[in-house]
Design a protein around this ligand. Structure first.
Ligand code: ADP
Ligand code: 5GP
Length: 206
């Protein structure tokens, strides 16, 4: 983001299949200085997923080693697999004044809120459970029906956590959802606490 504000950490959660990846991908196409954090996971890659772009795929042992080394900002178990955010890339990117988006589930989000109270959190909601189920089944991930059923079960629990978030976006119309996420990021950058340093610089030069 080409402005004078301090860095921003954005948490985006929402049930699996609500459209987090899709909305983030479109939002990133149109924003400078905004990146998506690449997580570690022990789940197997989907046919189209690339190492280091979609996830860092690893074994449980490798995952535990990263935690023990203090290299993980937060982590959680989701539907039988572990997911975690590499700490250093997030800290460095945000410290340099940029925006990092974390696509993480609700337990991890709670941990990040506790560790980084300045983080802004957004919850993406599907228009209905029926639509969510249709999207999950149509996605063609190669996952068996039990895995998808597990995701739907977790979705109900996750929807109950929406009230913990700063913002809620309904992903019915994709364009609208992308517009809303971008609007939130832009507005958060305009907050006085992120701009006041710039005002002081202007004053100094008077
Ligand atoms: P998540 O990252 O939350 O698990 P995805 O981004 O993978 O969800 O989206 C799940 C599926 O729903 C994908 O096949 C995607 O193309 C589709 N999808 C996402 N948003 C919309 C939308 N607004 N309308 C219709 N389909 C959508
Ligand atoms: P998926 O298997 O669909 O890629 O991801 C399953 C869930 O894990 C999603 O809700 C996603 O947001 C979450 N997730 C992905 N990466 C991380 C992470 O680094 N930490 C946590 N806590 N959750 C993650």
């Amino acid at each position: 983001m080409t402005d004078n504000s301090k860095g921003l950490l954005v948490i985006l959660s929402g049930p699996s299949g609500s459209g987090k990846d899709t909305v983030i991908t479109h939002a990133l196409e149109e924003m400078n200085g905004v990146k998506l954090s690449v997580s570690l996971t022990t789940r197997p890659p989907r046919p189209w997923e690339k190492e280091g772009e979609d996830y860092y795929f690893c074994t449980r042992e490798q995952f535990q080693d990263k935690i023990a080394a203090g290299d993980v900002l937060e982590y959680a178990e989701y539907n039988g697999n572990f997911y975690g955010t590499p700490r250093e890339p997030v800290e460095e990117w945000v410290k340099a004044g940029n925006t990092m988006i974390l696509n993480i589930e609700v337990i991890g989000a709670e941990k990040v809120r506790a560790r980084c109270p300045e983080a802004v959190s957004v919850f993406l909601v599907p228009p209905s459970m029926k639509v969510l189920e249709e999207r999950l089944r149509a996605r063609d991930t190669g996952e068996n029906p039990e895995v998808i059923a597990g995701r739907l079960k977790i979705a109900e629990r996750e929807l109950g956590c929406a009230g913990q978030y700063d913002y809620i976006i309904c992903n019915d119309d994709l364009k609208e959802a992308v517009k809303n996420l971008k609007a939130i990021i832009h507005a958060e950058h305009r907050r006085t606490k992120r701009q006041i340093g710039f005002v002081r610089e202007v004053l100094k030069k008077c």
